[in-house]
Design a protein around this ligand. Sequence first.
Ligand code: GLN
Length: 378
Amino acid sequence: VVSKLPQTGTTIFTVMSALANEVGAINLSQGFPDYNCSPELIELVNKAMKDGHNQYAQMAGVMSLRERIAEKTEKLYGAVYNPDTEITITAGGTQAIFTVISAMIHPNDEVIIFEPAFDCYAPAIKLMGGVVKSLALEPPNYRIAWDMVKRLINHKTKMIILNSPHNPTATILHKEDIDELSALVKNQDILILSDEVYEHLIYDGETHHSIARYPELQQRSFIVASFGKPFHATGWKVGYCMAPANLMLEFRKIHQFLVFAVNTPIQYAIAEHLKNEETYLSLPAFFQEKRDYFRKGLEQTRFELLPCYGSYFQSVSYSNITDEKDADFALRLIREFGVASIPVSAFYSKGIDHHVLRFCFAKRQETLDNAVDRLLKV
Ligand code: GLN
């Protein structure tokens, strides 16, 4: 077999979760909750099934769900998307991202990504014959130096991929970043793919600077979001993509042959659930409590906390514990101490290792307590 992705192995999420399960470690690696989603939401799925919503949905998604998404987006970010032509329901954020990249990237097009980067961006770009131009960001703040981005831009630059709140670093884009970005792409033919799957997981009263808030950026952007994170149901694999009609038209040409349509009853259920805005407006407080609880526990350990402004990930530096490589240390943490994490070097194409591990805190208090007890022994 001549591999199309010779450099690509199995995603770190699968590797770490499998190992955690094998040795019975507390799994703070792959990002998902260890508690159930709301019983009302489950009831709504049941109801949708009983009501007979068990056949193919419309290719672009159940209309009532697209309408609720349009309302939410207008209310939160002031942007008007036409549910008929500008919103598509996808099988999670990852499918949306793959679909955007495959619809837009031609051979030799360059795509700028910021590393550490979620691991599905680069393989999709390469598969389309595109060229990944990555800019490595540094702990503890992982700020984007926009003058460096400017240096990467040339006539081949087709797209910039953004992710805020950011996985794995838990940083967020600030208004100054948006201003710099706007100045940079002005009068340029550059698209933006904005991965906003953690939009509702943002803390300390910070504002989520959705690209949807900025009309000049919004016109050239695909925005990807997810219901797995806000509704504690990552296994349902339902997300969505929003873009101006001319871009969405191209997106759907791929979407229709990749998945055709997404799970019908779950779309009906989420549409109903979204009518109550508390379902998502309550999330910052809900997760901030977990973040603070976990950070307080970790403060007693020898790990050093990095900032966490959003997402459900807390990164730590372990430089003062050992100089082992992060991948080696993560394996030892699982085997010897029974806690699974993600080594952040996995998100750098060149394997840059700052001795940082990522923990997911979307867990019950008891799980976080047990994890901290084990990490105290390190
Ligand atoms: N987004 C999740 C994480 O960062 C995992 C997604 C996946 O496993 N593909 O852990």
